[in-house]
Every structure is written in structure tokens, then in C-alpha cells.
Design a protein. Sequence first.
Length: 260
Amino acid sequence: MVEGAGAWRIERSGNVVFAGVGRGLTWFGSSTPPPTSPAPARPAPGLARHPAWQVALGWDGPVRISTGPRGAPLAAPACLIPPGLPRGPDDDSTRILIWIDPQLVAGLPLTAPTALDRRAADRLRTAIGDGTPDADDLAAAVTDTLGRAPEIDPRLRHALDGLGRAGSMAELAEETGVSTRRLRQLAATAVPTGLADLRRWHRLRHAGLRYPFQSAAEVAYDVGFADQAHLIRTSRALTGTTLAAVGAPVLSARRARGEG
């Protein structure tokens, strides 16, 4: 395992899984194919609404993304998925995902998954490298691909920087020096999915960073969820799946080291 500030990478038996957070970006990748044994029956998943922009890449070729309950899958070198789009879960077991906080990509009028060309896919894949990217390099690749967002109100910037540590929206507004209502007004254009959902996502992504090293119950407590069930519900609501589902290679590596 390789672990750094805000990132980790595990390689085992030729398979790689990694995750990291930095500069308003979150990245995750896994080269591990889905298990061949039948999975236990589970309830049909509902639609998820992720509050961040998402770019999906294949490891070395096209990626396929669902475009809605009735739409045909979109196959492209890379796909850009707008925030708040209701989607069912895709098979994320052999792809690279980059989530981008919405204020960093303000103003793109997209309402459906959109294909990115091979140059964009190669630029982002190069920045990701072996799964331990420099956050500044990855941010530059995202800006090169999607454009630079306009500057936002400094009060909103301060609030967004504090999303991960504030105990409540009221506390965040007080720290920022505005009312809760005014803070929501400031966020309306830059964060169309809402500050509350983006705050839940910040907690969830930090849960993903702790997942290789702690039990799910410990992770839930440490990042501010009421309990493990609250963490699971949030993960399903925002991503359509759970940390356990996307982190199967992590669990496998933990068991191999005798960590349970």
C-alpha cells in the first residue's frame, strides 16, 4: 500500500485500486474486474444524484456510461457527467473516476452525459498516472479540458473551503459572516445541487480516504455520520452504491494482511 496526505494506492496480484482528494477534486480508480462468482441478491438500486461533476475514463480505451433509464449507453474516450443528474449505478470496477466540485466548472450548460475526445482522455489519464497524481497537475489537466470557472464571491469561497469541517449549515453561515439564507443565495449559481448535498459529499469522500484503514463503523463516526447506516444511505443516495461495493479490492487487501 502507498499512503500519502489525502490519498492511498493499493496494488495486489497485478490489480490496482487508488483514491485521493485535493484542490476540489476527488479521484478513484480500480483495475480489478468484477467477481465471476454470483453475487447475493440485493434490492434493485434507486437513482443517485451526485452533487459534483464527474469525468469517467477507461484505463486504456473507451468508457461506457448510461444516459438514463431509456437511453442507449454512451461510449467515448471519456465522459463528462453533470452534477445532480439522476442515474443508476454503472460498473465502476475497471475505470478511473474524477469528481470535480461544482464551483470549479461553473457555467457548462450540460444536462446529460457528454463525450470528451481522445486528447482530453489522454491528458487526464496522464495526469492520474499510476494512481498517485499531483493534485496541482490534475487540476491543471481538468482546467485544460473543461475551462476555468469564473471567480466566485469570497464569502462563498470561504464557506466552500469549510464544508468538510462545519458541524451544520448554520455554523458554516455564522463562520462565513452571513445568514444561512444569504449563504444559500450566494451558492445558488455556483453550486446548483445545493450546499447541503455538497457537504454530504465532502464527508463521504473523506470516508473513502479512511476506508482502507478503519472499519466502516469507525469511519462513519470519525467523518461525522450518525452511524454506519447513515454512511451507507448517503453513499447510495449520492453514488448509487456503497464504499464496500467499490472498495472490494481494498477489503481483499486488508484480509490478506490479516486485518479483518
